[in-house]
Design a protein around this ligand. Structure first.
Ligand SMILES: [Zn+2]
Length: 116
């Protein structure tokens, strides 16, 4: 996600909380905390997804400058076999979908979803 998208997303959280506070002038501290947390979780999920994709979505099968991962058994480069999505569960219960290139080992035929 672009920096300016981040800024507008953060600003939205801020203005949403302010709006909510106006609509709930008698909210308790715990209620306010819940409301803020609920919104921060979404921001956190987005940040988590962005940060995780940064290192994993590089297309090692296509981009020559990006070395292919190797089979841990045979120590040969994997062959790219397209992309697969995996949904992970974050700490706050939010889900994050990562799309990564997976590959097969030309020697033993094992399929990998590179862990990095
Ligand atoms: Zn192998």
């Amino acid at each position: 996600m672009e920096r300016n998208e981040w800024l507008s997303m953060s600003e939205k959280v801020l203005s949403d909380v302010k709006e909510w506070r106006k609509a709930h002038p008698k909210a308790t501290f715990v209620e306010i905390e819940d409301e803020v947390h609920r919104r921060m979780v979404q921001l956190e999920a987005q940040l988590l997804q962005d940060a995780a994709l940064e290192s994993s979505s590089r297309e090692w099968g296509r981009d020559r400058s990006e070395p292919a991962p190797t089979c841990p058994t045979c120590h040969v480069s994997l062959q790219a076999r397209g992309k697969r999505s995996r949904t992970l569960q974050g700490n706050g219960g939010e889900s994050v979908t990562l799309t990564r290139t997976y590959g097969t080992c030309p020697k033993c035929g094992e399929s990998f979803f590179p862990p990095r």
